[in-house]
Design a protein around this ligand. Structure first.
Ligand code: 6R9
Length: 649
């Protein structure tokens, strides 16, 4: 039997205690698609509403008028749902376990403390003049203050826009300008793998760019005590302003469709786009998926290894778990520090029951052999999860056997920044697992596969993954650019949400995501647009033209392969390669570091001047035999030249 055919059936023991078993899954899924209004009206009761919604679903994917509203006459506050409503029943329970980069650094924060700290920051934000509808940019380490900042914004109706702490000053600037953000919250430095990253310096550098004057204040958490420059009148120490505030702050009443946050993500063209998520539908969906997909049981310790800078951190470190009164673990560091056994050691130290991580992390550990897990037992684990990119069956089996001691089901969860929460995933008590498949849709989700003309395909087949109707967690628009939202997601295939992913469906109706079919790369689970990297490169004076493609990479999933045509008169050299590598790292961030740069005297183009990426992808993957039809090329000899000088790995 090949790995792909292997099935791990639902364990009876697991199903007996799970929230959802086979029967319940079938019945609820049916109801969710036959009667979405009734289903979601029921599910919305998990949330504390100030005004209970009566209008449940008002959604249209019509490309002339994309309009998505859920629970639109309801009102609530997300922070009150994550904090206040737990105070009576679980005020003294740990809400956040914080594990520092240094293994000797850890903290437990109860719901009562988290509530108090959130109120204090919320009051401080008000003192800084921030109120309902204002956008606050967070550029923070993985410290509890990051969650506090998100919740404090939500409490007063401000909209947070989190920028991943690994991004560059320019990325911060771009997002501050794009969202007209009035305040930036950051820290002096972050600490990862023993190294310090100068977050405040990066903010300072970013805020020299034109248009960033909108950011009137910068609130700075003292994390390391490292030296920082100070701009009087603009910069404020977090502890000086926040510690003196009252621990009481009423939660603002928000309409269900008021924005909760913006999160920027990469697409196939142009600059990153800020997806807008709203309050009622997002929170309902994050909370429901967290409970059922991770089968979260009261009192368990749950750990998602993502960063709050990504959507996974929003939905499954902060909002989903806290809305459910869970104990959520937040890890500041990296899984390889101080040793490769760290992940397992954290599981033992805090008695983690549910571990949600990424294939790239699993493959990195796997490369060190089974013995990397010798320093831990991991007996507390009950369920494992994977997210961010397709998980290859070998990595799946290793995750299952070595990390999970062959005891724990794995949920391979497919979703996107745009979807707000998980759309395709097994429920471990209900769905037999096939390594490498995200299996079946969650409640209310109707996936479809279409050919390139947009015809819906039936049965076992392969095609482009679309979603046929709305779900409450869906992004409502691109901040400030609804036309781009429609153009990007609803015009390729009329009347359907296009995910950008390719997918196969097997004879059991299981979905197997095959990866992006657009010009988006997925490097170590991080999304990146080839266009972003290209526009960074051509801004360098030595570069006349650049084309970026992905290639298969053992650990990262995809690596970044760059073809560069130099400006007339510029000599190629290894130094120049290093310089271009640094250029991109500085411009976008270290996650965009090129793996391979190849000098290209010319790029393969059609007669109309379009770069034929298909050919560049093949050459990068060392698949030079099956290049397919090159007859439409303006100059086919370019291809020979590129093959001859390709970077052999
Ligand atoms: C949550 C998140 C979204 C893209 C998505 C797809 C890939 C995510 C996956 C997966 C296969 C999975 N992706 N989960 N591919 N199997 N379980 O990662 O959001 O950063 O927006 O990336 O990631 O290609 O389109 P985001």
């Amino acid at each position: 039997m090949t790995e792909q055919q292997k099935v791990h059936p639902v364990s009876d023991d697991f199903a007996a205690n799970a929230w959802i078993d086979k029967e319940k899954y079938q019945a609820l899924y049916r109801q969710s698609v036959d009667d979405p209004e009734g289903f979601w009206a029921d599910q919305a009761r998990r949330i504390d509403w100030i005004k209970t919604p009566t209008r449940i679903k008002h959604t249209s994917f019509d490309s002339h008028n994309v309009d998505i509203r859920w629970f639109e006459d309801g009102s609530l506050n997300a922070s009150a749902n994550c904090l206040d409503r737990h105070l009576e029943t679980r005020g003294d329970q740990t809400a956040i376990i914080w594990e520092g980069d240094d293994p000797n650094d850890a903290k437990h924060i109860t719901y009562r403390e988290l509530h108090a700290r959130t109120c204090q920051l919320a009051n401080a934000l008000k003192e800084l003049g921030i109120g309902k509808g204002d956008v606050v940019t967070l550029y923070m380490p993985m410290i509890p203050e990051a969650a506090v900042a998100m919740l404090a914004c939500a409490r007063i109706g401000a909209v947070h826009s989190v920028v991943f702490g690994g991004f560059s000053p320019d990325a911060v600037a771009q997002r501050v300008v794009g969202a007209k953000s009035r305040l930036v919250i950051t820290a002096d430095e972050s600490v990862r793998g023993g190294k310090h990253v100068p977050l405040k310096d990066n903010v300072d550098a970013g805020l020299t760019r034109p248009g960033t004057e909108v950011a009137e204040k910068v609130l700075v958490v003292k994390r390391t005590g490292g030296e920082v420059d100070w701009k009087e009148g603009r910069d404020v120490w977090y502890h000086e302003l926040v510690d003196k505030q009252s621990t009481d702050c009423p939660a603002e009443e928000m309409n269900a469709e008021d924005p909760l946050f913006i999160l920027y993500t990469s697409g196939s063209t142009g600059a990153p786009k800020g997806l807008k998520h709203t309050t009622g539908g997002y929170l309902t969906y994050a909370s429901l998926t967290h409970q059922y997909i991770f089968d979260y049981q009261d009192g368990e310790v749950y750990w998602c290894t993502a960063d709050v800078g990504w959507v996974t951190g929003h939905s499954y470190i902060v909002y989903g778990p806290l809305a459910n009164g869970a104990t959520t673990l937040m890890f500041e560091g990296v899984p390889s520090y101080p040793t490769h056994g760290r992940m397992g050691e954290i599981v033992d130290k805090h008695g983690v029951n549910i571990l949600y991580t990424a294939p790239t992390a699993i493959r990195a550990l796997m490369a060190h052999g089974d013995s990397v897990m010798d320093s831990s037992q991991r007996d507390s684990l009950r369920l494992l999860g994977s997210v961010g990119e397709p998980i290859n069956p070998e990595a799946w089996e290793w995750f299952y056997r070595v990390i999970g001691n062959s005891r724990c089901p794995i949920v391979d969860t497919w979703w996107q920044t745009e979807t707000g929460g998980i759309l395709i995933s097994p429920l471990a008590g209900a769905v037999d697992l096939k390594p490498g498949s995200a299996t079946l849709p969650f409640f209310g989700v109707i996936p479809g596969l279409v050919d390139n003309e947009g015809n819906l395909l039936e049965g076992a087949t392969e095609g482009n993954l679309v979603i046929l109707d709305s779900w409450p967690g869906q992004a409502r628009t691109i901040w400030g650019d609804h036309d781009r939202f429609i153009q990007t997601y609803f015009s390729t295939y009329k009347g359907m949400y296009f995910t950008g992913d390719g997918c196969r469906r097997d004879e059991d109706g299981y979905y197997w995501i095959t990866g992006r079919v657009d010009d988006v790369l997925n490097v170590s689970g991080h999304r990146m647009g080839t266009a972003e990297i290209e526009s960074s490169l051509v801004a360098h004076e030595a570069v006349a033209e650049a084309a970026v493609v992905g290639f298969p990479h053992d650990i990262k999933g995809q690596g970044i392969y760059i073809y560069v045509t130099l400006t007339e008169g510029v000599e190629s050299s290894d130094e120049l390669k290093k310089e271009l590598t640094q250029w991109v790292r500085k411009d976008i961030g270290p996650i965009a570091s090129p793996d391979v740069i190849q000098w290209a005297p010319g790029l393969p183009k059609t007669r109309s001047g379009k770069i034929m990426r298909r050919i560049l992808r093949k050459i990068a993957a060392n698949e030079c035999d099956g290049l397919g039809d090159t007859s439409t090329l303006a100059d086919p000899s370019v291809v020979e030249e590129l093959i001859e000088h390709r970077a052999i790995r």
